[in-house]
Ligand binder design. Structure first.
Ligand code: CAA
Length: 465
């Protein structure tokens, strides 16, 4: 049985800050943001928006564009790290909003939970719902997986230029029109880590930036090793002499905290996969230096980061590798299109990789590339930490869906905030109803908390016509 993503819909808030304004305000060279990080615009939520209404807006779009009724949906999972309640799941808020449109009780027959594991939980939600359908537990109904997040960092921190907000809703069905997941190869890795975390009550995360970057690379590589073993063992991919498994993956979509991280993840993976192959000799010749090895190759991430001599020469090698024709050919053909949305929106945590998938489909199609039967390899990462690597194949009916994708049109007219306006929103200094934009044909938050103590934390949303 083929199961996978039948269609997807996105929601991106219309407020943003521009990288040039941001760079000027923080005294950073704008080229660092544009090229070193890869950001041009960071999407921001208005005072009357939260992660639940972004999720509901993405889901409503998905339902409307596919003429879906609540009866067609058996499960709704929301994956997020921008939770609104320690107990009440985000999908309950989303269902409450959708029932304003579809009628009270219209989702009563369905089920679902909120999932948490930093940015990777959406991938676990997809995997679990795919298997719910494969196991034929679904009573002919579809599952909806929504990934929705607000990436918010402290003002003045290095994470501040990797902020963003948005949601992606995905329809999971049998015989999907867009992408069928390969079965029996999804691979995970998990370890207790403190690279990035947000203790209870804190609105912004605590981040060990460089540690988190290296951990991301290592964890995805480990999950990829396991994927490779399964793909070969199950016969999904057959390697000939001198081939790398990356030769059999046509397109890549990876977690994107920022655009440059995707480029680095591909470089790390290719180095790992290619260094034992004959092609490596040519690459080393082109680079003109041998690949550095840490003093203690079996050391910890801390010991590798502390090995200054290795880190410096490895950075030099990595940059040179990313200039080679071999890297650039793979990057342009297999990854570049997935990074376009990241530069225009910023980090979306759980939704980043799926906005990347959306971007990949749209911009590859616009390049005129034939996508049918192409295999996409996914590298999902969540701090804390876990990685999941899996793959899927683009289905013949993809054209009908992808030809209408237009990121800029779907985001709509955007409003740039000045740095002062941004900081005011960031510090929660504006009243909930004192929003910059009123919203149109979407759900917005109108009230938090009732008049009595037992209604604390009640959230009221309205659909604006
Ligand atoms: N022109 C062009 N490039 C420039 C430049 C200039 N004038 N000045 C600097 N740069 C480049 C640097 O050379 C560097 O490029 P390379 O990576 O190729 O070396 C790049 O800009 C970034 O600069 P720094 O190395 O100085 O990094 P930073 O101090 O700005 O921090 C960061 C970057 C660690 C990602 C920080 O933004 C951060 O902490 N972000 C939040 C954590 C994060 O996103 N971690 C990612 C992995 S964890 C994860 O993925 C989960 C998640 O979603 C959070």
């Amino acid at each position: 049985m083929q199961v996978g993503i039948d269609d997807l819909a996105i929601y991106v808030p219309k407020l943003y800050i521009d990288y040039k304004d941001f760079a000027q305000a923080r005294g950073i060279n704008p080229q660092k943001l544009e090229y070193g990080i890869g950001i041009k615009k960071m999407a921001l939520v208005d005072t009357n928006q939260d992660s639940a209404c972004m999720a509901a807006n993405a889901c409503l779009k998905l339902m409307q564009k596919n003429d879906l009724q609540p009866q067609n949906i058996g499960r709704m999972y929301v994956a997020t790290e921008s939770a609104l309640d320690e107990s009440k799941a985000m999908n309950s808020f989303v269902i409450g909003m959708l029932e304003e449109v579809y009628g009270e009780g219209s989702f009563e027959h369905a089920g679902g939970i909120e999932c948490k594991f930093a940015c990777v939980s959406g991938s676990y939600a997809l995997y679990d719902n795919t298997n719910w359908i494969r196991a034929e537990e679904n009573n002919n109904k579809a599952a909806v997986v929504i990934v929705s997040d607000i990436a918010k960092y402290d003002i003045g921190s290095a994470g501040e230029y990797t902020q963003g907000a948005g949601a992606v809703a995905m329809l999971i069905t049998e015989n999907p029109r867009l992408l069928a997941f390969d079965s029996k190869i999804a691979s995970t890795i998990i370890k207790n880590e403190y690279d990035f975390y947000r203790p209870f009550g804190k609105e912004t995360p605590l981040v060990n930036g460089n540690y988190s970057n290296l951990l991301y690379l290592i964890q995805v590589k480990k999950a990829f090793d396991s994927y490779k073993e399964k793909a070969i063992r199950t016969g999904l991919i057959r390697l000939r002499n001198g081939e790398s498994i990356t030769d059999h993956i046509d397109l890549f979509s990876v977690h994107l905290p920022y655009r440059k991280m995707g480029e680095k993840a591909l470089a790390y993976l290719l180095r790992h996969e290619w260094r034992h192959l004959p092609r490596w000799q040519h690459i080393i010749k082109e680079i003109g230096m041998i690949e550095p090895v840490p003093k203690d190759p079996r050391g910890t991430i801390e010991s590798i980061l502390a090995d200054k001599e290795f880190m410096e020469s490895d950075e030099k090698f990595r940059r040179a590798f990313m200039q080679t024709s071999s890297y650039n050919e793979v990057f342009e053909q297999k990854m570049a299109s997935s990074l376009e949305a990241s530069s225009l929106i910023g980090n979306l945590y759980t939704a980043s990789m799926y906005m990347g998938l959306r971007s990949l489909l749209e911009f590859e199609y616009k390049k005129g590339v034939e996508l049918e039967s192409k295999r996409i390899g996914f590298g999902s990462y969540g701090s804390g930490s876990s990685a999941m690597v899996f793959s899927g194949v683009i289905q013949p009916e993809y054209r009908g869906l992808v030809k209408n994708m237009n990121l800029e049109e779907e985001i709509g007219m955007r409003t740039k905030l000045s740095i002062e306006e941004y900081e005011e929103v960031h510090k929660n200094e504006r009243n909930l109803n004192d929003c910059h934009l009123r919203g149109h044909k979407e759900f917005v938050l109108v009230k938090i908390g009732g008049s009595t103590a037992d209604k604390a934390g009640f959230r009221e949303y309205n659909y604006l016509n």
